[in-house]
Design a protein around this ligand. Sequence first.
Ligand SMILES: [Zn+2]
Length: 374
Amino acid sequence: MIASAATQRRRARAAAAAVRAAAPAAAPVLHPEWRAFVGRWLEAAGCTVRDAARGDWEVELSPALRRRWRRQRVRLVFDPSRPTLPRGAWFTAPGSGGGRKILEAALEEPLVTRRTALAQVPGAPAEGLAPVCRVRGLAWAAPRLGPVRYERRFAFHGVVTRWGGLPAQESWVILLDADGGLLETAIGSALPEVRPREGLYQIADALDPDGRARMTAAAREHFARLLDEREREWERAVSRLRDDELGRLGAFFSARIEEEEERLRRRSSNGEEGDLEQGDATSLKLEWERRAAEVQQRWALRTELRVWGIEEWSWPVADLEQELKAGAVRVRVASRVDVARGRPALPGCPSCGAPAEMLVRSRGAVACVRCAPE
Ligand SMILES: [Zn+2]
């Protein structure tokens, strides 16, 4: 059947419209996190970044990067659809020449920055511990928030790469206290809900190299534990896919081998020589083994963790005290507040000391639900 001229014109218009509609979507788009990473890294490395026309950046390089790249400044272009670059400018996508230069420099050693977490005002909720710890048969009195002080903390930024099966990458941040104890873990490139300012407020001395080595060792241990957990999850996901693939391979080869054996039976019942066919079944089995080993190898999990940044933090904290009342019973409960987030930690149970999400009245005392007798 031949389409009428009108139908053909309509089809041509529809096709052209489809091309126009598809064109913007087909243009490459840079992940916004990449630009944020480049900006953070350049500033942390001591460069000055200024906005230039068309979304470009004009970067005044730090002395170390001037030596490394043998230039004073560089213009970074992020727009992938720009047909030409200004003279000397670098197109800066993750796989581009400029992007690779930046990544290579960033990979060499973890950056160390010093920051202060800005305090929230007010530093704690007006109801004190009530939002984090429920009570039964008791009532909270007004909270007393102590003065804000600043303590040293360390954040380690890492990227974990999974090879094998479906390669993937994740950014992790862990926050440690000054003794190397783990306070927080976050997936992503920054600690959530913190407004930072450059410099270490109220902490005069930066940590000495020995202290930093101790913190780095502690961070490695925490990362290793996290990685173990993550690997177990990945292993479960990957082994399902691997077993599916091995199952398909197995179904294919066993069907082929069965066909071969069937053919062999028919021929030998006809009195023909079957050595060659027997050989075919054997080589099929060998081929199956070889392919299965390849599949195992391809899905074998391998991970790599790279620490790319260390932040030394000055972090605002305060003590919080609050009384629990029930008739004549008055018990004082204490906790600490993360003033950067305005968030109190769970208070310790007055009976057993464990962090308590709920406190109840128990035989004239106050206890958590675990240590209160039913
Ligand atoms: Zn308890």
